[in-house]
Design a protein around this ligand. Structure first.
Ligand code: ATP
Length: 618
């Protein structure tokens, strides 16, 4: 099949082998995905699209994949869309000739700027049909827009967006605007897109259709497992996609293996509510306990050619945020240690007393434009895992071996680098004592890890039961705190009227892509924190709740609704079923959700994205 007729409402055209992919083709797939909530149907639409692209215009596969997940490059390169509403409205106004006031009114009624743009285009009469947009042109422009930074860039951004909008036909404006907002919200979770890509890479081959059903299913599931595993180790589509188009999928792991310089998604832990639960979980397996340091996760990389970088839990490059650490790293590496990936925690550090300071101190350290001479909060690094060493991946090694290699390859250096404190006893009394001492040392509790054998490998991006976290405050309670998105705010009373005094919080449901209300919170904030929050949140005010906010009928509406951008870590006494809040609605009760009892603010979670908030299933 060497060409495909693509038809939208009023235009018909042909996309031939080697042609650039018409953007209308991508938008038609987006429409199909948006029209259903069934994961299978969404995957099917994507598979069909990817197969067509691989057959006709494989060079466009990479940009199409990025556009499906609303990204323009790997996370660690730091280019993001997420253009603000006012800028987008300006561009819509300029490209359609409509007044800002009319656009704002429409937005308040409709709630989705993409639809506002589409409708505004629809009501516009044009003499000539613009040249059809191609995916390459749209992607390149999106990337150029993401690259523009600083105040003076605003007008240039508006011009570029306007340029795209003028050329839009049918529903294209809707998706361009949503892509610029940074989220399509049509059910295209990255995992769904990955499985579709894996399936397409097998199904496009001649002869696939003729195979038996059983063979087809097994090939598709193997391909999906391989691609997900490759992506966990090397989250970089710039490398994965060309390899996928060149080599058979079975060879992909060897062609696209992890390497220093590309941060992998860290392994995460499961909460525990009691110490006996640890023994129940591990039974006759060997495990080891470590202090759970209360700081910021850091992945330190050194490439084969000596380049050192530090990445956050979210794969952001933090090297410029830690110039002090960057300078000392070479002092604590053994001469035989060349390339490596180290998993560690950066904690606030008291140089005089050589001890850990609480997390609250770390959070006062500057996050941007850090100049070495201005640093007031020092940090020390606690290394707890080694994922790669001298050209070899250690992911499949047991933790026993990885810890041994970690200790053999680095040198504890006063006030700079230490190995995580550990204790290997399975006696409850010993664990209790170790936990108590960890807390006295300003740690959060313990991490309990599977130690040897096949359960003790490193599982990138997984919240695994082979790692348990024990937070002292949560024993016999909920087991863990929650990270919740601020959806709205209430003005304070009394002397707090100039700031927000309370906040409406929500968790995230990855299946429906909704933020679901979970509680109102007004406790645990210092006056300074309330001022900080006001300064940050006041620019995120939106005229009405987002269409993807699930709000119960009886909930007290906040004084202002907010863009979902800021996360609070919150403690609470208990959970209760609630007719007012919507968290997990349908999972515990058809009409009611879950709310938190006595929620209390602990800290801001700047190292997580809104979609990484506590999931409603959790
Ligand atoms: P979440 O809130 O999603 O659970 P989290 O960042 O709190 O995320 P957890 O999985 O709860 O992550 O706990 C693991 C975190 O604890 C790691 O991300 C790391 O930052 C920190 N940590 C401190 N000490 C250790 C250790 N010895 N081993 C592993 N992780 C540690």
């Amino acid at each position: 099949q060497m060409s495909i007729n693509y038809q939208t409402e009023s235009m018909g055209s042909t996309w031939k082998k080697g042609d650039p992919v018409p953007y209308a083709v991508l938008c038609r797939t987006f429409e199909k995905c948006e029209a259903t909530t069934k994961r299978l149907e969404i995957t099917e639409s994507l598979v069909t699209l990817f197969i067509q692209v691989i057959r006709l215009s494989p060079d466009s596969l990479l940009e199409i994949l990025y556009m499906c997940i609303s990204k323009v490059c790997p996370d660690y390169e730091g280019l993001e869309l997420g253009i603000g509403e006012s800028l987008l409205m300006k561009a819509i106004a300029k490209s359609t000739g409509r007044a800002m006031k009319a656009l704002k009114d429409d937005y308040v009624t409709i709630g989705d700027l993409g639809t506002v743009a589409r409708n505004s285009k629809g009501s516009q009469r044009t003499l000539f049909k613009p040249k059809p947009l191609t995916t390459s042109h749209v992607f390149k422009t999106l990337k150029d827009i993401a690259k523009l930074s600083g105040q003076s860039s605003q007008n240039k951004k508006v011009d570029k967006i306007q340029g795209l909008l003028v050329a839009c036909q049918e529903n294209e404006a809707k998706y361009i605007i949503r892509q610029l907002e940074g989220k399509l919200r049509i059910g295209l979770a990255e995992q769904t897109v990955l499985s579709a890509l894996a399936q397409a890479s097998v199904m496009y081959k001649p002869g696939f259709e003729k195979k038996s059903q059983q063979k087809k299913e097994s090939e598709l599931s193997t391909a999906t497992d391989i691609l997900k595993s490759v992506h966990n180790q090397l989250p970089n589509y710039d490398m994965i996609v060309p390899a996928l188009l060149t080599y058979p999928i079975e060879d992909l792991l060897s062609k696209c293996s992890m390497r220093p310089g590309i941060p992998l998604k860290p392994m995460l832990a499961h909460p525990t509510k009691s110490l006996p639960e640890i023994l129940d979980r591990f039974q006759d397996q060997k495990f080891t306990c470590e202090y759970k340091y209360d700081g910021e996760r850091a992945q330190i990389h050194r490439t084969e050619d000596g380049k050192i970088s530090i990445y956050s839990r979210n794969s952001e490059d933090m090297s410029v945020r830690y110039p002090d650490v960057m300078e000392t790293i070479t002092k604590w590496i053994k001469p035989t240690t060349q390339s490596f990936i180290l998993d560690c925690e950066a904690v606030a550090w008291d140089i005089e007393k050589s001890c850990i300071l609480p997390f609250q101190i770390l959070s006062t350290r500057k996050r941007k434009d850090v100049r070495e001479e201005e640093i007031t909060v020092r940090v020390a690094i606690y290394g707890f895992d080694c994922l790669y060493l001298n050209g070899q991946s250690l992911l499949q090694e047991s933790f026993e071996k990885r810890r041994q290699l970690l200790h053999d390859s680095f040198i504890e250096t006063k006030n700079q680098f230490y190995f995580a404190e550990h204790m290997d006893s399975n006696d409850i009394a010993d664990i209790q004592t170790f936990l108590d001492v960890s807390i006295q040392n300003n740690c959060e509790g313990l991490m309990v890890k599977s130690y040897d054998g096949e359960h003790a490998t490193y599982e990138p991006s997984r919240r695994s039961r082979n790692w348990l976290k024990v937070k002292k405050d949560y024993l016999n309670g909920l087991g863990d705190s929650m990270d919740l998105v601020v959806m709205g705010a209430y003005y304070g009373r009394g002397k707090r009227t100039s700031v927000y005094g309370g906040f409406l919080l929500g968790c995230y449901d990855p299946d429906t892509e909704e933020f679901q209300t979970i509680c109102k919170i007004g406790t645990g904030f210092s006056e300074t924190m309330l001022q900080t929050l006001y300064d940050r949140l006041k620019d995120l005010v939106i005229p009405k709740p987002k269409p993807f906010y699930a709000i119960g009928d009886g909930a007290p509406a906040p004084d202002v609704w907010l863009e979902p951008q800021v996360l609070f870590e919150v403690k609470c006494a208990d959970l209760s079923i609630s007719p007012i809040y919507m968290a997990g609605v349908g999972q515990v009760n058809d009409a009611k959700g879950i709310s938190l009892r006595f929620p209390r603010f602990i800290r801001l979670r700047d190292d997580k994205d809104p979609e990484q908030a506590t999931a409603s299933g959790q």
